[in-house]
Structure formats: C-alpha cells, structure tokens
Design a protein around this ligand. Sequence first.
Ligand code: PRX
Length: 634
Amino acid sequence: MSRFVAKSLDGYKKLYDESINSPETFWAEFSKNEFSWIRHWDSVFTFDWSKAKFSWFAGAKVNITQNCIDRHLEKNGQKTAILFEPDDPNEKSQHISYQNLFEEVNKTANMLKSMGAKKGDRICLYMPMIPELAFSVLACAKIGAIHSVVFAGFSSKSLSNRINDAKCRFLITSDGGLRGEKITPLKKIADQALELCPSIEKVVVVRRAKNEITMKAGRDFWWDALIENQSKECQVEIMDAEDPLFILYTSGSTGKPKGMVHSSAGYMVYTNFSFRNVFQYKPNQIYWCTADIGWITGHSYIIYGPLSAGATTVMFEGVPNYPNPGRFWEIIDKHKINIFYTAPTAIRSLASHGQNQLKNKRLSTLEVLGTVGEPINEEAWQWYFEHIGKHNCPIVDTWWQTETGGIMISNLANVTPHKATFATLPLPGIQVNLLDKDGRELKETDAEGNLCIKHPWPSMARTIYGDHQRFINTYFSRFPKHYFTGDGAKRDADGNYRITGRVDDIVIVSGHNLGTAEIENIINQHPSVAESAVVGYPHKKKGNAIYAFVQLKTQDQIQNFNAEINALVSKTLGPICKPEKVQTCLALPKTRSGKIMRRILRKIASNDLENLGDVSTLLNPACIDEIKENRIND
Ligand code: PRX
C-alpha cells in the first residue's frame, strides 16, 4: 500500500503537512514510484502567476495510456477494466478486461492513424456513453492526438462552435444515442453542425441506435468497417509531460465557452492520487461514477483516475429513471457495486419518487458514496445517507471544477470525517485560501469569502485553447498570485469548507455549468426581444434553475412567447439550458453606466423581495416594482 494514500485522520494530517512544507519532494516521491515513465523529469514544477504559466514534471516523457492500461496487463490482464451497462436493461452488460481494452484501444488508435491522425491533431468525440467512447478517448491519448469530447446532449450550434474553436480535423460520433425510450439523433445533429465546420476532414460513425442516417461519401465512414482489420498492436506516442492531453469546454461568463486544456503528466498524477485517496479504492472493488464522459467528472473519474489505479470502472449508457426510478439501485445490486459516485441533482430527483423504488433492492455491497457538481442540500444528503448508504457508508462530497482537473476539497472515505453539506478538507497538495473582496486573506478559521488556491497543483488546466489572455483574466487577475475559482465558501471552526455557490455569472443547473451570458445571447436573437437578463434561482430538484427576464421591443403581447424562447434555447444550446421561467418586463434594472443589475434580479427570482438593497441609485428604479409584481411564482 502506498504511503501516499492516507489511512487515518492523523495520517491525512501528516501527509497534508508534508505536501505543504515540501511540495517538490512530496510530488516527486509519489510520482516516481507510482507510475511508469519513459523518462523522468528535470524539474517537479515551475510557475509564474503573472503570466499564468505552470509546468509540472518538465522534461519527463510519458504516455498516460501505458499507465492506464499496459502496466496492468501482466498481473491483471483478465480483470474487468470497464463494465458496460447498456441503456436497455434486457441487453447484456459487457465486461471489458484490461487485455480487451488494450486491444480495442490499439485497434482504434490504428484506425485513427490510418485516417491520417497524428500527435497534436484535435479530434472531436460527440458520442453516447458506449465503450467506443472510452476506446476513442484512450486511442487519442495513445497516439498523442488531443481529444475534445462534446457532451452528446449539446445542440448542433454548440457542437460546431466547439469544433471550430479547436479546429478539429476528425469527428467520431454515432448514429444515435439511446436515452431511455428516446433516441438522440447524434449523426443528424452532427451533420447540421458540420455545415459550419470546414476543419473536419473525416467522420467516423459508430452504429448504436440503428436509426436512419445519411452518410456523406468521402467524408463519413462506419466505425465497424474501418476497425475491422486493424492490428491489435500499436506503439504509444512518447509525450512530453506538458503536451496537451485534452480540451474540454466549460461555460464562460462572456458567453463563449472556454476550451480548458489539460496536460499529460500532471493530470495523470493528480487524477490517480485523488481517486485513490478520496474513494480509498481497494483492488477488488467495483466502482461506479454515473457522470457522462462529456463532462470532466467522466474524464477524470470514469476513465483516467480509476484506470490508472487498475480499478474496475462502470460505464452506464442510460438514464436514472428508465425503465423506472429504481434503475440505479438495480444496477448496484446486479454488479455488486462498492463505490457509487453521483450528483446531488440525481439524488434529489430520485428521492422525490418516494421509497417504492427501493423495494427489493439490497444495496448491501455499497461501502462508499460520493457526490459532485453542486452543493448538496441537507435533505438530499440525509436521504442518500439513510436510504442508499443505510447509515453505513461515508459520503464523500467532492468539490472541484473542469479547470482543476481533479478533486480539490473532499473528505476521504472512512479516513477523514464527513459532514453533511460540507466538502470538508482540502486534499494533500491543495492550499486553499479565503479572500475578501479586496484580496485580503481571511486568517481566522470561521470565515466566509472567495475561494482561491494559493499554490499550483499538478492537474490544473494550463490554458484556454487559443486564448491565454482570457485564461489570465478569468482565473489569475482578480487576486494576485492565486487561482480564483469563481466560488464562494465558508470555513467552520474545524477548518471544514462548505461551498456556497458561484459568485460570478455562471449557474449550476442539475449539475451542469451554464453561462448566463450564453443563454442571454440566444434569447436576444428572438426578433421581438430588446434585451434579456438571465439569472439562477434555487430549485428543489435541479439545485438551481434559470429565470429569464426579457424586455420586448414593443409592449404587444406575443402568443406562445415562452414556448418560442424555450425552443430557441433548446435548439441552439441544448434542452438543459432552457429557462424554467420567462418573465417579460417593461425595462430591466440598470446602473447609471448601463449595466444590468443582475444582483437585484437574482433576489427577485429567489423571492427574496425584502432584501433588494438600495435601488435608488439605479437609472430606472421604477421598473423594479413592475418586475416584482409580475414575478412568476413556482
Ligand atoms: O460551483 C462549483 C460546483 O461546480 C462548479 C464546477 O463545475 P464544472 O466545471 O462543470 O465541474 C463539475 C464537476 C467537477 C464549481 O465551481 N461544484 C462542483 N462540485 C461541488 C460544487 N459545489 C459544491 N459542492 C461540490 N461538491
């Protein structure tokens, strides 16, 4: 057992202190012994906050797939690496061993090479949660191509924006994605996107939903046909530690998504380290993270972290409530899941179906539960603890971000205590600071402020693809010599952190990170809209929901206006971005410099009407009464 996996609260404290007092030796010793390197590094890390330049393990040569697959073959070749559970409960699950995974990834890598793909090329993956997605991710990594996975719930416009931003040469998609009884027509959506994407040379299509699609000769190829005769052997590409491994887009407050770029070595080291410490994975456990690989949670904790630790990781294609709300629990019993990691939104939604779903479910194999993506409310936490964990399983509440690459603040299962609604303590290596709005460090333990990180860590994003200045502006300008997370947090007397939510223009809806500006831009495209302001408000099931305040060009009533706005947003950004409430108003509240006062609208949306603060300095204070009066109740 590695001494870098904490085994007791005391052990955690010692490890934490060591990581802070001598970070260089800490990370060098851990990394040297726990991975296979082609060449060791010249320096553990270097950084320059002002330029937002960070480098980890510079000089080292490595390939993450050797660490996720090859090195396990000798001892664990027959162990299940990926356990695939299909959407349809009557379809057979697949146990993909490390040996199978090795061969499938090699075939996929050779397929990509035969299409002309090479190191540094960007390859977009717009796919359902099927094994071919995991093979494709790992095949890109094997040949040094940079994968950009786009969540298969996104619309054609979102897809084309992301493909164009990264200038992807290839796209891998599927005829359709199975989601309960529905089929998402992925190829059709991709076809629409590709009309706007000149950089795409070839498209590979996996047959999955068997829905009818059109194939464009010379551009589109069936996966099965291309892969058929590929060799099961493939040399890994030797990667520099800092070579990009992938790009993953996350919402930004200006409306344009940010392509976060993650590195090869630092990301590998920290996803492994955090996976083992947080979940305390033991060799024969079955681990299931319900996220989609289209999000960072899927990248770090379905694929890279668990596989580099030699774990069995479950990939579920379907949705929690198909064919009934007991599906998750059925899968847990069926595959004897030991570690279950999901999102508060799923817990809230399932809890709302009552206890019937749990009838005849044993859940007796569960040892560790986890949550991620947004603050978990007390009620949902208690339901999870009582009904799923049967009071026997710790809940790891893992706080982190697309940008951080790995879990930053969390209790460690059965090692450090959990505390409902608190992410609790930072992981070893993670130096958290709370700063007030003027950048002063809040030194007392009991404090609330802006959550910042004051020392680089291995898996931090290295840049925003094609826009390093935006990277500097977004994360490193507000507070000098700190990474600013965009979240607020409270710290209790014991040093436990509780995340209070975003302090910027991002709203987390059902665990999805949505930029309000992006939604406003779309609403503003409606011909009758003069301008709009989108804010989040607390929602029982979704955590937060979107409230859109819209000023029309004329005061005429427009029939079906809300439905039109919903359709527009769904079509352009995807259904997850749809506003829950759309309120038309005569004017939006503005400062004298013309800035929309979203702070006030947030309060109105949250029905916090008594605490609007001083509105007299507004350009148009009179509009507030009208907005309050017409507020849409739940
Ligand atoms: O506001 C925090 C919230 O999700 C944001 C990051 O979103 P994203 O980049 O999509 O990554 C989500 C999965 C890692 C954070 O800034 N968040 C994430 N986890 C938690 C959380 N808020 C509270 N508690 C958490 N455990």
